[in-house]
Design a protein. Sequence first.
Length: 194
Amino acid sequence: MGKRNAFTLIELLVVVSIIGLLIAIIVPGVSKARTQASRAACATRLRQIGVGLQAYLADSSDRMPAVSFMPSVGPAPLGLEEPVYLADVLNPYVGKQSDLFRCPQDRSGVNRADANEGKSYFQSERSSYEFRIQLNGRILEQHVKELQGRLNRPIPVNGFWLMRDYNNFHGKSGTTGSRRYLYIDNHVTDFEQF
């Protein structure tokens, strides 16, 4: 008998099956790792914006920026003729890195209003992150004291979010981690405290 130089069909099918099994095991892990990396990148960007916001507060006697809620729609609630974009206000304080305001998961928006249909929030608002509009031009501690009086219970200043994803970029609505929240002490969480 001569030397065997080729694989048999059975051996080839076993090798293909093993490769297919390995791919089936690895792909979900890679996808999950990619999602986690994207969420981590979002949190990092929010923290950097938070550092810029702290610098802004130092320059403005602790008064929060006064910005438009949805600049692409109009200047509300400022009563001005032109909208004020949060990214434009904070850009000098974050090293003029406008891309810092883009969440990696903020993609073309489906189910958005006609003027913004097909646009990501970053494309239309210059930021993927919504500023807590109740703080417009206010001092956070004063706002929290007023809120404590209305609710008749203590609220820690560090438990009050300042910015968050405009939408549920990281998961289905109502699930933990679907939005990222930035707080005054610069920590980022997956849930809203107050």
